[in-house]
Ligand binder design. Structure first.
Ligand SMILES: C[S@@+](CC[C@H](N)C(=O)[O-])C[C@H]1O[C@@H](n2cnc3c(N)ncnc32)[C@H](O)[C@@H]1O
Length: 251
């Protein structure tokens, strides 16, 4: 059996310098909120806030009363400058019914296996007039790595979902999707090795319980370059979904 785990707690100090795609995801979410005319929030809960990439953007772009940053990874939260931080599993939120006007999250929901459970938690802690804003990595992210991994036996990628999966789950859990947008981004690295190192330092790696030899690794470097390099640069694709949701009336 293959078991996976991420490494967020271990790489917290290196995360911000390597989280290129996560920075794009957070920045675009802010741009979308602004383009929808949002200017001030009230009580915000941020899910998987980590070291605060989205938190800082919210702080610099909007007025709000309070922001509570939640995350499972203690080491990550240590780097988050907000005063109210709660270390918890977001699948078991330690908050009272109807505590928040807004629930936001960037680059986190793709890690959640039980989305139904999370949405029930969000539904419980949010007020009737709630607005949620999420950026989520979707299927298609790391499609190059996926292909080369299958070919060479080196590396694994997190199984990510299509946008439709999130739309259905939002709707089935009593939310309207007021806005949704899927966007592809490509980041170029100087070498496959540089990409792998940078990816490792984001903590977003999934580890397989299987033996991987130096040969597998070398084949991975070789085939990634051979199949995908453009003018000697190494492209890495990301597919990110952006969602703004509210509660269905009567909920
Ligand atoms: C890729 S990081 C994103 C951090 C931050 N939102 C950003 O934009 O940089 C994903 C975060 O989700 C957190 N996370 C993943 N699963 C979680 C869970 N079940 N409960 C709480 N936090 C979780 C991780 O600890 C990590 O900090």
């Amino acid at each position: 059996m293959i078991t996976f785990r991420n490494n967020f707690d271990k790489v917290a100090e290196y995360y911000n310098n390597n989280a290129h795609a996560q920075k794009i995801a957070a920045k675009r979410l802010i741009e979308i909120l602004k383009s929808m005319g949002e200017s001030n929030f009230q009580n915000i809960l941020e899910l998987g806030a980590g070291s605060g990439i989205l938190t800082n953007l919210i702080k610099n772009n909007f007025d709000y009363e309070n922001i509570i940053c939640s995350d499972l990874a203690y080491n990550f939260l240590k780097f988050n400058g907000e005063p109210i931080k709660v270390q918890c599993n977001i699948l078991k939120l330690p908050f009272k019914n109807q505590s928040f006007d807004n629930v936001i999250s960037s680059s986190t929901l793709q890690w959640i296996d039980d989305l139904d459970k999370l949405l029930k938690e969000i539904e419980y802690v949010s007020k009737k007039s709630f607005k949620g804003a999420f950026s989520i990595f979707l299927k298609g992210t790391f499609h190059e790595m996926d292909k080369v991994s299958k070919l060479t036996g080196f590396g694994n990628i997190l199984e990510m979902k299509e946008s439709r999966y999130y739309l259905e789950n939002f709707y089935n859990n009593g939310f309207n999707v007021d806005f949704c947008h899927e966007e592809k981004h490509t980041i170029f690295f100087d070498s496959v090795r540089q990409f792998l190192n940078s990816h490792k330092m984001t903590g977003a790696t999934v580890k397989a319980n299987k033996f991987i030899s130096k040969n597998n690794y070398n084949s991975f470097l070789k085939y990634y370059k051979k199949l995908f390099s453009i003018k000697n640069k190494i492209p890495v694709s990301y597919n990110i979904g952006y969602y703004i949701i509210t509660k269905q009336t009567g909920k």
